[in-house]
Design a protein around this ligand. Structure first.
Ligand SMILES: [Cu+2]
Length: 415
C-alpha cells in the first residue's frame, strides 16, 4: 500500500469530488488498519483465475500441502479436458511466503505414476531440489513427502515435477511460488498479478492433452485458461501494478502491453537492482523463465497478450489450406451441388469466419479460433489474451465493465 502517494493524490484534488475521493481513500485506509493482526505485511498476489495456498503455522514453520492429482479442467466455457494438477486445479495454487520463512511443503501423490516437485529458482539444500533419481527417491502413488527449507531470497519462482517431466508438465502440473521481501518492497506495489504461460495439445474434438507433441500446440493459456475466460487485471489510475509472468510452456512468448511503457524489474533470479530495470512494451518470457514487469496504470481498457499471433487463437488447426487471395466462386458452385448450405470463406482474410461461428459448429469440445464480444464488436482473439482495466476508482468486488472513453478520444470514421 503506497500511503504516501495516496495522500499526495488525495491532497491534489479540490472541490466536492475531492472530498468524496478523500473519504473513499480514508475508508480504504481504515479498512486496511482494521484488518486482523494476521495481515501478511505485504500486498498479496492475485493469481489470475487461481488461488493462494493456505498454510498452517507449526512451531514457526509455515506448512503447506499440495496433492498431485487428475483434474477436470475448463479452459473456457464450452471446452474441458482431463488434466493433471494440484489440489483440484491447474496450475496448482500459488504458494506465498516471506523471505526468511522456513516452509514445509507436504506433497501427496494421488496420481497413478510417481512424481516429485522441483522448486524452480530456489537456493536450497540439494536434497530438497526435487529431481527424481538425482536428489531424492520418487514419490510413489499414495505416498506423501515433505520438502523443508528456509527461503533465502525474494521474487517470483515456480514449482513443477522433475519426474516423467514431459508428460506431467504437458498435462498441466505447475505452480507459482512467490517470496515477498522481508521488511517490505523498496518500491511499493498497489496491484500484484501473477500467471503462468502454458501450451496444450488437445486436438479438436478430444479432451486429453497429448504429451508427445513438441511444437504443434492447439491452445495457449494464461494460468491454464484461454481468452475469453482469462480474468481481467484491474487497477486504479496511477496505481503501480506488477505482473509476474512465468513460462512453463514449450515456446517463448513475447508478452505485450498496450498504452504503457513498463519496466522489466525481475526474473527467476529475483527482483533486479534498479540500475538494470529497463523500459519495454514487449518482453519475451522464454521457456523456463520468469519476468516481472511494473507500470503506473493509465486509464482505459488495455490489451495484454502474447505477440505471437498464433498464440492468440484457440483450437489451432495445423493442416488448413491457405485460402487467402483465392477466388473460390467455382469451388462454391460445385460444393453447393454436393453439400447444400456450403459456404466458402477466407478469400479476403479470416475475420469473416467470426460471422459464422454462431451457427457453424466445430467438433465437440472445441472452442472457436477467435472470439470475444467487445463494446465495438468481435475482438477476434483467443488463447493468450486479456485486458488491463484501469479506472479512476475501482471496486474489488465489481467488474468495471467497458471503458467510458472521454468525448473525442475514439478513432472515428472519416468516409
Ligand atoms: Cu506466445
Amino acid at each position: 500500500m503506497n500511503k504516501t502517494r495516496r495522500n499526495l493524490l488525495a491532497a491534489s484534488f479540490v472541490g466536492p469530488a475531492a472530498a468524496l475521493l478523500g473519504k473513499a481513500k480514508e475508508a480504504k485506509a481504515q479498512s486496511v488498519a482494521a484488518e486482523p493482526k494476521s495481515s501478511p505485511g505485504y500486498t498479496p498476489v492475485k493469481t489470475l483465475n487461481g488461488i493462494t495456498l493456505p498454510y498452517v503455522l507449526k512451531d514457526g514453520v509455515k506448512e503447506f500441502h499440495l496433492t498431485a492429482e487428475q483434474v477436470e479442467h475448463e479452459f473456457a466455457p464450452g471446452m474441458t479436458a482431463t488434466c493433471w494438477g494440484y489440489n483440484g486445479r491447474t496450475p496448482g495454487p500459488t504458494i506465498e511466503a516471506v523471505e526468511g520463512d522456513t516452509v514445509r511443503i507436504l506433497v501427496t501423490n494421488n496420481l497413478k505414476e510417481h512424481t516429485t516437485i522441483h522448486w524452480h529458482g530456489l537456493i536450497l539444500p540439494n536434497g530438497m531440489d526435487g529431481v527424481g533419481g538425482l536428489t531424492q527417491p520418487h514419490i510413489k502413488p499414495g505416498e506423501t513427502f515433505a520438502y523443508e527449507f528456509m527461503l533465502r531470497q525474494n521474487g517470483t519462482y515456480m514449482y513443477h515435477p522433475h519426474a516423467d517431466e514431459m508428460v506431467q508438465m504437458a498435462m498441466g502440473m505447475m505452480g507459482l511460488l512467490i517470496i515477498h521481501p522481508k521488511g517490505g518492497e523498496p518500491e511499493s506495489i498497489d496491484q500484484d498479478y501473477a500467471f503462468l504461460l502454458h501450451n496444450w495439445a488437445i486436438h479438436p474434438g478430444t479432451s486429453r492433452p497429448d504429451p508427445n507433441v513438441m511444437t504443434e500446440f492447439d491452445l495457449w493459456s494464461f494460468n491454464s485458461k484461454v481468452f475469453p475466460a482469462i480474468e481481467n487485471m484491474v487497477a486504479a489510475e496511477g496505481e503501480r501494478v506488477r505482473v509476474r509472468i512465468g513460462n512453463l510452456s514449450m515456446w517463448n512468448h513475447p508478452i505485450h502491453l498496450h498504452g504503457h511503457t513498463y519496466l522489466v524489474t525481475g526474473s527467476d533470479g529475483g527482483r533486479w537492482p534498479k540500475s538494470i530495470w529497463r523500459p519495454e512494451t514487449t518482453e519475451t518470457v522464454a521457456v523456463g523463465q520468469i519476468r516481472d514487469i511494473e507500470f503506473v496504470a493509465n486509464p482505459g481498457d488495455w490489451a495484454f497478450h502474447c505477440h505471437m499471433s498464433h498464440h492468440t487463437m484457440n483450437a489451432m488447426g495445423h493442416e488448413i489450406p491457405n485460402p487467402v487471395g483465392v477466388n473460390q466462386n467455382q469451388v462454391a458452385g460445385r460444393m453447393m451441388a454436393l453439400m447444400p448450405g456450403y459456404m466458402v470463406m477466407g478469400e479476403h482474410g479470416m475475420a469473416e469466419h467470426q460471422n459464422h461461428s454462431m451457427h457453424m459448429t466445430g467438433p465437440k469440445n472445441t472452442l472457436p479460433m477467435m472470439t470475444g464480444d467487445g463494446p465495438f464488436g468481435n475482438m477476434e482473439m483467443g488463447g493468450m489474451f486479456t485486458v488491463v482495466k484501469v479506472r479512476k476508482n475501482t471496486n474489488e468486488n465489481e467488474d468495471p465493465g467497458w471503458y467510458d472513453h472521454p468525448e473525442g478520444t475514439v478513432a472515428y470514421k472519416v468516409s
